[in-house]
Every structure is written in C-alpha cells, then in structure tokens.
Design a protein around this ligand. Structure first.
Ligand SMILES: Nc1ncnc2c1ncn2[C@@H]1O[C@H](COP(=O)(O)OP(=O)(O)O)[C@@H](O)[C@H]1O
Ligand SMILES: [Mg+2]
Length: 139
C-alpha cells in the first residue's frame, strides 16, 4: 500500500485532479473513510480532472449520479444508505462498472463484497493536524 500524507484541502484537490486526469475507462475508485474525511471533496476534484463542468452533488438519496460532460463518463455512488453489496447489484452496479466510464464509490466498505478485484481503493483517515488526511492507496 502506498501512503500519502495530505496537508490541507488544496493537496486533496491536487491529488484528485491528477487522478481524474489519469483515469482510464473502467476505473473503479473505492473511497473508504469516516464522515468528513473528504470523500466528496476528493470526488469533486477527480471530476474536475476529468473535465466535468456540472456541479457535483452528493448522491446520498439517489445512490448514484451520472455526469457526461468530461473526458469520460463519471458515475458517482454514495452507498451510505445501503445495507449490502446485493442492494447495489439491484440498482444495476455491474452495468455501471462495465460502462467504460469512471466509477467513484463513497462508503465502499459497505459494499466491499461486490467490488471488483481491480478496484482502486483509497482508505482515508484523519491526521493529527487540522486539514491533515492520511491516504492508504492500493494502487
Ligand atoms: N485535506 C482535506 N481534504 C478534504 N476535506 C478537508 C480537508 N481538510 C479539511 N477538509 C474539510 O473536511 C470536510 C470534508 O467533507 P466531505 O468531503 O463532505 O467529506 P465526506 O464525503 O468524507 O463525508 C469539508 O468540510 C472540508 O472543507
Ligand atoms: Mg460524502
């Protein structure tokens, strides 16, 4: 695992933008971390790196939001309200995974059992300092 120390929101934004610029069709980014660790902030930055021009809003109630204005389609999931991976399969997760876009899944630990083996996982924790975050990346 690669560990990245993030000092402040500007570094989250730079990290995310670069991920978005480098993202490939079919990439699945699984974000795992407590409330407020910055999953949505990171998602917005990835979207910016993909060239998405629409506003990104949290799909807490809709589970998934789609954006088609960037270099690749972006499918942004927030599975906080789901009980298991089976619930995500029910809403068509596998079609999104195979759609040739980029999937970002907030609270991915809730659906861990259905994540593809090649999903890129980022575990996010609070650091000790204000604005500090620790990323453990499987890629
Ligand atoms: N380094 C950082 N990265 C991301 N967010 C940060 C950082 N430092 C402080 N924050 C703040 O933490 C909050 C993160 O919120 P959000 O992205 O909605 O988290 P989550 O989606 O994980 O619940 C925001 O209020 C943001 O301004
Ligand atoms: Mg969020």
């Amino acid at each position: 695992m690669r560990e990245v120390v993030i000092n402040g929101i500007a570094e989250t934004e730079a990290f995310g933008r670069r991920l978005g610029e480098e993202a490939q069709p079919g990439d699945i980014l699984a974000l795992i971390g407590d409330l407020g660790t910055g999953k949505t902030t990171l998602t917005k930055s990835i979207a910016a790196g993909l060239g998405v021009t629409e506003d990104i809003t949290s799909p807490t109630f809709t589970i998934v939001n789609e954006y088609h204005s960037g270099r690749l389609p972006l499918y942004h999931f927030d599975v906080y309200r789901l009980d298991s991976g089976a619930d995500l399969i029910d809403i068509g997760a596998e079609e999104y995974f195979d759609a040739g876009g980029v999937c970002i899944i907030e609270w991915a630990d809730r659906v861990a059992e259905i994540l593809p083996d090649d999903a890129k996982v980022i575990f996010i924790e609070y650091g000790e300092k204000e604005g500090e975050r620790l990323y453990q990346c499987t890629f």
